[in-house]
Design a protein around this ligand. Structure first.
Ligand code: FES
Ligand code: FES
Length: 136
């Protein structure tokens, strides 16, 4: 399988690998798995009082495309409001990384992880849960 230069760049030099303190009220954690391959992705966001994402971290146990998708996702998340972050669509990740069809589910994992993290933040802070969080 030929990876694009952007996948190789994110895979070799992943942005924002790490862990945020999930016991903090302003940290949302999303943990999702891909039924297709068993790969697992954890994505976390830290949100300020204006509901803007100030930090994002990930750990992905999976393929190069999943690592690149989550690395890219953390870059896109920083500075976005949690509402704007919800509009990140996996197909934008597919386009940016030039993922082939068999790797589309790797980008779906990233979108699901974003929504799960936002949902966790919302529930922790007394906001209604996102129905979309488990939509895929
Ligand atoms: Fe091989 Fe995901 S299927 S790492
Ligand atoms: Fe399953 Fe990439 S997440 S192959």
């Amino acid at each position: 399988m030929a990876y694009s230069d952007k996948v190789i760049d994110h895979y070799s030099n992943p942005r924002n690998v790490g862990t945020l303190d999930k016991s903090k009220a302003n940290v949302g954690t999303g943990l999702v798995g891909a039924p297709e391959c068993g790969d697992v992705m954890r994505l976390q966001i830290e949100v300020d009082e204006n509901q803007v994402i100030t930090d994002a971290k990930f750990k992905t146990f999976g393929c190069g495309s999943a690592i690149a998708s989550s690395s890219l996702a953390t870059e896109w998340l920083k500075g976005k409001s949690i509402d704007d972050a919800l509009s990140i669509d996996n197909m934008e990740i597919v386009e940016e990384l030039a993922l082939p069809p068999v790797k589309i589910h790797c980008s779906v994992l990233a979108e699901d992880a974003i929504k799960a993290a936002i949902n966790d933040y919302r529930v922790k802070n007394g906001l209604p849960a996102l129905e979309e969080a488990k939509a895929h």
